[in-house]
Design a protein around this ligand. Sequence first.
Ligand code: GLN
Ligand code: ZN
Length: 761
Amino acid sequence: MAGHIVGYPRMGPKRELKFALESFWDGKSTAEDLQKVAADLRSSIWKQMADAGIKYIPSNTFSYYDQVLDTTAMLGAVPPRYGWNSGEIGFDIYFSMARGNASLPAMEMTKWFDTNYHFIVPELGPDTKFSYASHKAVSEYKEAKALGIETVPVVIGPVSYLLFSKPAKGVEKSFSPLSLLGKVLPVYKEVLAELKAAGALQIQFDEPALVLDLGSHQLQAFTEAYSELESSFSGLHVLVQTYFADVPEAAYKTITSLNGVTGFGFDLVRGSKTLDLIKSGFPSGKHLFAGVVDGRNIWANDLASSLCTLKDLEAIVGKGKVVVSTSCSLMHAPVDLVNETKLDNEIKSWLAFATQKVVEVNALARALAGDKDEAFFSANAAAQSSRKSSPRVTNQEVQKAAAALRGSDHRRATNVTARLDAQQKKLNLPILPTTTIGSFPQTMDLRRARREYKANKISEEEYVNAMREEISKVVKLQEELDIDVLVHGEPERNDMVEYFGEQLSGITFTVNGWVQSYGSRCVKPPIIFGDVSRPKPMTVFWSSMAQSMTSRPMKAMLTGPVTILNWSFVRNDQPRFETCYQIALAIKNEVEDLEAAGIQVIQIDEAALREGLPLRKSEQAFYLDWAVHSFRITNCGVQDTTQIHTHMCYSNFNDIIHSIIDMDADVITIENSRSDEKLLSVFREGVKYGAGIGPGVYDIHSPRIPSTEEIADRINKMLAVLEMNILWVNPDCGLKTRKYAEVKPALTNMVEAAKLLRKQL
Ligand code: GLN
Ligand code: ZN
């Protein structure tokens, strides 16, 4: 009977690590304080897994910031600018790489596959020297052992690590970090030797890169790496773990033929084809780590169905050779359902967070070994069937309306050029019109008013008055600044998804369902548990109020369906696109109500459209098709004269530009200023863009105030590749995290730059 956990959340059930880290960074506590919190978290996690009966308990999945950065530290691959030479890497160097320091910016951070977790990208070059510089894997193993718990040390495998790396600054872009394989392997050998000396019996290499579309040269690197390491494996059980998708056939062949490897871990939740691959052949005598418990979602496992799968697998790979596992690290799930005091018992019975998933893994492992906990299984079956039949989940009307959508394309009747003409007749905007992305600074007073209203400490009337005052301040400021298309500032919103989620049926919220996004930052995604509908208008009241305060056009702000979907825990009992279409219908109702209330410009933010892009190229077209369709559904019903904007927080567009165009928005505003003109290169290469476009003219993530000249310069660069009459002038993103002392001068300069150029054109 064997259960295995790929990895576990580090933050703690109440985000203890977050608070300990931030207090340490603020100089309010010592390194020892931080280490103590971390050690307590680790020991309670190990004990919990041991008590639950898990056989393969991971160690070294804890991290002070990020597991890829931990590997960079282990390999001593510190970029030279951080000034490290030798010795064990300590907090100062480690956190400088992660967060920057007084004189140096942080290393680049990027998304971990298609999750909402972000890792620190290793920077390597032909001269990078590797040495064994962080003994964390070994010390965590020893720490658990001292508690009487045998663990499986987890390290990121050498090939995935190199494939996640990028050429360092100043190194040829064509440099392949994979060419450094021969140089990193000696460090891995040292780690293996030290682990064995400490008594380790097994090791887990995370090689998630195996699920990507890799070429034969890259696959060959796996074969080489593990052959080279084989001599260091003797006496160890070696698990190569993959996750987030099934492995392509060629990768499956490669991984299952690796020398010296004794077990293979696969994601059987997202990996729909893995089962067939295993049926087509699995090396005899080896262990299959079957990831049947979903590490990326919050739904309780369908134990009966998983047990069937496991038995099928056992029939192929042999009795005692199947280890029950999670589909990936549980770090992508919240920690413990016990802390959810506000969810009702029915919904709670449908859910499992990391703590509960550990119990599920063990229950399945026991059942597979013939020791089935009947009571646990039947409680699970009852919850599964209550979820299937609950009227809170199914809304026939919504189901029907969403199903009817698929027959049509949902395009606005007139093409974008004609629409822009019709809109201009009404809006009468100058060339290079100025606008902002929606939010204005969120002050302490604002947050307090929202909090007190939520806690029933102030009346609705008091709350509305406080918001009205704020909106009026923001409107006046924009008029003074002479901005062309105004916003109301979003003072009533805490978060762009939560605000809508709270008003839609079929979506609920946790109080403690935090998941790490990067470093100490966590997010608390809504849970979409049922058919989504909009009981009543959500934003019309505020947008109409704001419009009544000015004669300039007031842009209404909505969050788009794809973004709501991609930033939530999504139900797993119907395809994602169906859920997305339902949300699209709810937003469509809102768009049409706004139009009926006299709003002429409506922005539908799709900040997360790119995030949902599947990992494998073969699946991307299908996703983009329904995602873009969902967006069009929201606004296909408005008049030509209603101007639809959308906004995106990245400029990595080169591969999806045709989908962006296919969204058919009238105006798109995009982050641009941090990305070395990646965006403009798309247009330089000749892509035709006929709609309005506002590439951000300054970075709102920094407190720096851009000068008029600098902004004008940027706009001029854009004018070199984009038609003057489609260009908008706006910041990169919303201003909610900035202070008024920064926003006022920055926007003043932005408007001045636009005016300066209007005169010259
Ligand atoms: N309208 C939102 C804002 O201005 C957009 C935020 C975002 O793109 N992440 O805050
Ligand atoms: Zn943005």
